[in-house]
Ligand binder design. Structure first.
Ligand code: M6R
Length: 612
């Protein structure tokens, strides 16, 4: 969603801000803007891509050593030049960028209108900068104190940065429920909504906590305070991120790069966490709270989108291998439905970004009610990683494509390890099964590589499907969530309407859709339900549907009835989602490219959904 970048120091701000906005493009946005201070405050804003902003910025004088930049994903007001950030105070002296939503903006706006303020945009953000201006003038406060006062009056989420043309020596930023990182350079500071615009300048960062305010000055000093004006000790961290992880590295798109990275990222997620020969699994996050985790009466997963699909797979695994009851919740529903929770519950949040607003809110409710919170997160230092009592990073590296691919398989690795560790500790799986699955896991990177080597076959199938308007995805058991994931991948990047179903549910409605125009993708790798899946395929064929089946190598039954089959290497059934999802990811990618869609930044979507 929206992205923020800000700079103060000895360098020219504009090129840093522009480059930073390009790094933030992956988050999803529909307009962009920049303010810098030189002899006055210069602001340019433009609907559309950063490149469009660049082409108008060239006409302005944007030199100066302090500035703020923003990519906006519209919430209040359409995407246009006026609603784009930065927003200015009524007298034009203050400029503000904002991520999040000010929920009580309408009431504040009316009060400000009554006091003579006029507004140019439809946004909640413009209300906030006018409120700061109002306190600055009527209460004769410094910018810092006016901003602090304004933040105590607003309800909602914010990450903001403000500059004042009358004081080009400092920039002020604050956050609540929306991420913000301070980068510390030599006599210079960077502020951004994630580390991607900062990494090429410095590795020293501070992740701001909720209701913290940072004042960064061009004399090389900075101060962090809380909203009660108390100085906070900064927790300076070293970024473990390399610039080439943020580049396409020769691939046409980030999504393709991320699909092809999976042999490596899956291996990274396992590194140091298992040894099949010695028969052990180690998950650091477990150790601290192992008693509570092993004796949890119930596990509740909260997540959204692809991460929710991972949780559904974990439900099969944990119930099967560790015999602990599992519930899987959409975080957005869980947070509003007065859930019954106790100290005996383990609540596990799964999130690539670690910033998904609904997942964070669900955790806050679970925390209030005494449950133990575990985070399975990709982005190091993210809000979910910090709010949870314990957890495991998935170590997939930065995922830039909006469609989640490598994060999904790395989440599965951690979840499989978790199920195995619990099952082993609780004595609910045999030692032989435990080791068999560990050996199976160790074989996954090479098997994913084998699948990727056959990408031309997938390209061929994509060619056959690319002009269809609808698609069905069917799977059974542990591969039912893979069907959901395949459908989500297709619809989000190619805009083909797609639905995932448990194969047996087809007869309860979706079968009515099947005719010669309906492609049906069937994940047919489950040995335990092979005959039943073959029957489902017969039912589709009897109605002239086009069947594309993902099968295990050597399957001769299904290849006789399906129109197209794609073989994946043999693996234990519990581990099949790690392989069966790969051809579906590739297929969505190729179809999207063939349809001329924007693969990495699909319309209307944001990488990290930081508002509810
Ligand atoms: O960062 P998170 O894992 O919490 O994000 C959850 C969803 O927004 C995300 O998985 C989304 O569905 C992806 N676009 C799917 O590809």
């Amino acid at each position: 969603m929206c992205g923020i970048v800000a700079y103060i120091g000895e360098k020219q701000a504009y090129p840093i801000l522009l480059e930073g906005l390009k790094r933030l493009e992956y988050r999803g946005y529909d307009s962009a803007g920049i303010s810098v201070i030189n002899s006055s405050l210069q602001t340019v804003k433009k609907k559309g891509k950063v490149s469009e902003l660049e082409s108008v910025a060239i006409l302005s004088d944007l030199h100066g050593n302090i500035g703020i930049g923003h990519t906006r994903w519209a919430t209040h007001g359409k995407p246009d030049d006026l609603n784009a950030h930065p927003h200015l105070s009524g007298d034009g002296s203050l400029s503000l960028v904002h991520n999040g939503i000010i929920e009580n903006y309408a009431t504040i706006k009316q009060a400000l209108i009554d006091r003579g303020h006029t507004f140019k945009s439809e946004t909640d953000t413009e209300v906030l900068i006018h409120l700061i201006e109002e306190y600055k003038k009527t209460d004769a406060l410094s910018l810092e104190h006016a901003l602090t006062k304004a933040l105590t009056k607003v309800v909602g989420a914010y990450a903001i940065v403000v500059i004042d043309k009358n004081n080009p020596n400092e920039l002020i930023a604050a956050r609540k429920s929306s991420p913000l990182v301070l980068g510390i350079g030599d006599n210079e500071f960077f502020i951004a909504s994630d580390a991607s615009p900062i990494i090429q300048y410095t590795k020293k960062v501070v992740y701001l906590n909720d209701e913290e305010i940072v004042i960064a000055k061009n004399d090389g000093t900075f101060t962090i305070k809380n909203i009660h004006n108390e100085i906070q000790e900064p927790d300076i961290k070293e970024l473990d991120l390399k610039i080439d992880q943020l580049e396409k590295g020769g691939y046409d798109h980030f999504m393709l790069k991320e699909i092809f990275e999976q042999p490596t990222t899956i291996a990274e997620s396992m590194r140091g966490r298992l040894n099949a020969n010695e028969g052990w699994v180690s998950l650091g996050g477990f150790d601290q709270f192992q008693n509570r985790i092993h004796h949890a009466k119930r596990i509740i997963f909260v997540a959204c989108g692809t991460s929710w699909h991972s949780a559904l797979i974990a439900e099969y695994l944990i119930e099967d291998l560790a015999r602990i009851p599992v519930e899987v919740e959409y975080a957005s529903e869980f947070r509003y439905r007065n859930p019954i929770l106790s100290e005996d519950d383990l609540v596990i949040a799964i999130s690539q970004s670690g910033e998904t607003a609904d997942t964070l809110a669900a955790l806050e409710i679970a925390k209030e009610r005494g449950a133990l919170l575990y985070g399975i997160v990709n982005v190091v230092g993210s809000s979910i990683a910090r709010i949870t009592d314990c957890g495991s990073y998935i170590h997939a590296g930065p995922e830039i494509g909006v469609a989640s691919t490598k994060a999904f398989t790395s989440q599965l690795v951690v979840l499989i390890l978790m199920a195995l560790k619990l099952g082993n500790k609780r004595g609910t799986i045999s030692d032989a099964k435990f080791r068999e699955l560990l050996y199976g896991l160790e074989s996954v990177p090479a098997k994913v590589q084998e699948i990727l080597a056959q990408s031309d076959k997938i390209k061929y199938i994509a060619q056959e499907i690319k002009d269809r308007q609808n698609a069905l995805y069917l799977g059974r058991g542990i591969n039912f969530p893979v069907a959901l994931e395949g459908a989500l991948k297709l619809k989000e990047i190619s805009y083909i309407h797609a639905e995932g179903y448990p194969a047996a549910e087809m007869k309860h409605g979706p079968i009515a859709l099947i005719d010669e125009n309906m492609p049906v993708f069937v994940i047919a790798t489950n040995a335990s339900a092979h005959e039943k899946i073959a029957s489902n395929i017969q039912e589709v064929k009897a109605r002239k549907g086009l069947v594309i089946a993902i099968v295990s190598e050597g399957d001769t039954t299904i290849s006789k009835i399906a129109d197209y089959t794609f073989e994946i290497p043999y693996i234990e059934e519990q581990l099949t989602p790690l392989l069966s999802v790969i051809p579906l990811q590739l297929l969505s990618y190729y179809i999207s490219v063939m349809r001329g869609c924007n693969v990495d930044q699909p319309r209307n979507l944001a990488k990290s959904v930081t508002v509810e």
